[in-house]
Design a protein around this ligand. Structure first.
Ligand code: CMC
Length: 405
């Protein structure tokens, strides 16, 4: 049954002109419409629960590591000691980039956004590793290893290249998180910083069918290669309503400038109906559980490495937004505190979203595997709202176009 019919000739169409019965209401943004059956992660937005393969995010954040969690997400179970050691070893072995990939990245404009560089680099992996064998388990495993291994190296390489330096080679004695921080600065990170960063990756690894994961699934459903799957997801994650919000949170906190200015900022935003970045979520109507953990991580870092005065502004902002917009379920989401953590770790602001992508590769790959196991190409329908029977008018007979207001 169709409910949203204003100005629409309500008829679902495909390539043929045959009308088809709609099986559900039209929901802009597909809000609440199930697109897949999945057993990878679970969110209860009213209770503030997030589970990966049934395990609460709080347990994984405190007891697991990013690579162990990635194994869990992608293969569906917690690895044995030997399986985890092999997984970590293989990823470490494949971290380096071919010199031609580095040369290709050197041709990227240094003023380009790192998310665009990452999307292009991820897609280019398909050129360098072009064999496509989606029915071969060894191909699937190799693609998983390669993407988890190389996406951080490519992110760090672009950071070095745009500063006019050569990319820093990965260091085999450093684990996944510590090595990424090292490749950004050529300095071995503080152990607390490396551990906090690893936890951040775990928190961002997966989050059901959001926009970028849906994008990955649509691409995967055509049976294309996994590099195209990840590249399309990176492109989708880049937008400010999705992964790009963490970058904008920092800009917003800087623009607010002081704790005293927070109330006025929030009241103006509400009056102007503008979005307060880092708040609100399609699913969570309470504080995002990842925001709670990230806030604790931020406090640990500030205690050890020094305070950030923007944290005081953030705390006040959380208080005032809860007061003014809490009744609409608007609370901090994952992006609200992550930027403050990343900044204290020395990560440049425009790398926040690529860091999100580094983590989310494991979720995208988990969904890619799940999609391949029961694939059906995505092909939704539409509600056609245009005209019929219109005739071509030669250019010299056309009057001015009347644009709709
Ligand atoms: N600031 C102020 N008001 C808000 C906000 C916000 N950040 N988010 C939602 N609202 C209001 C909105 O104006 C609307 O009010 P009303 O019913 O009076 O018109 C109501 O809440 C519902 O908004 P919506 O647009 O229907 O909600 P949505 O589910 O479509 O949007 C969202 C979800 C994340 C796009 C949105 O909350 C938003 O734009 N937030 C700011 C950007 C942001 O932080 N994005 C990161 C999302 S979490 C990580 C990720 O997914 O990557």
């Amino acid at each position: 049954m169709v409910t949203q019919t204003d100005n629409l000739n309500v008829q679902a169409t495909d390539e043929s002109t045959t009308p088809r019965a709609l099986v559900c209401d039209f929901r802009p943004g597909l809000e609440g419409v199930p697109a897949v059956q999945s057993s990878i992660s679970y969110v209860d937005g009213k209770a503030g629960i997030l589970e990966y393969r049934g395990i609460p995010i709080e347990e994984l954040a405190t007891r697991s590591t990013f690579l162990e969690t990635s194994f869990l997400l992608i293969w569906g179970y917690l690895p044995t000691e030997a399986e985890l050691a092999e997984f970590q070893h293989d990823i470490q072995f494949h971290r380096r980039l071919k010199f031609r990939i580095r040369d290709m990245m050197k041709c990227f404009p240094e003023s380009g956004h790192p998310m665009d560089a990452l999307q292009a680099s991820a897609a280019a992996l398909g050129l360098f590793y072009s064999r496509r064998a989606l029915l071969d388990p060894s191909y699937i495993r190799a693609a998983v290893i390669r993407l988890l291994a190389k996406i951080p190296t490519m992110t760090a390489a672009f950071q070095m290249i745009r500063k006019g330096n050569d990319p820093i080679q990965p260091r085999d004695d450093l684990d996944y998180a510590a090595n990424f921080l090292y490749m950004l600065s050529e300095r071995e990170p503080d152990p607390l910083a490396a551990r906090v960063f690893d936890t951040c990756l775990t928190l961002h690894a997966e989050h059901t069918i959001n926009a970028s994961t849906f994008s990955a699934l649509v691409t995967a459903s055509t049976m294309t290669d996994p590099y195209a799957v990840v590249a399309s997801a990176v492109g989708t994650l880049a937008g400010p309503l999705h992964g790009g919000a963490n970058e904008e949170v920092i800009e917003m906190l800087e623009a607010i400038g002081s704790v005293e200015a927070v109330e006025g900022f929030v009241d103006r935003a509400i009056a102007e109906k503008s979005r307060i970045m880092g708040f609100g979520h399609r699913v969570y109507k309470v504080k995002d559980p990842r925001a709670t953990i990230l806030q604790q991580l931020a406090e640990q870092l500030f205690d050890s490495l020094g305070h950030d005065r923007h944290y005081d502004i953030a705390l006040e902002l959380e208080r005032v937004v809860a007061d003014r917009l809490g009744h609409k379920g608007i609370y901090p989401n994952v992006d609200f505190y992550s930027g403050l953590v990343y900044r204290r770790l020395g990560i440049p602001t425009d790398l926040f979203t690529p860091v999100f992508a580094i983590a989310r590769v494991s979720g995208w790959l988990a969904h890619w595997r799940e999609q391949l196991a029961a694939n059906r190409i995505f092909r939704p329908t539409q509600l056609y709202g245009g005209e019929h029977g219109v005739h071509y008018v030669p250019i010299d007979e056309r009057g001015p176009v009347q644009l709709a207001p």
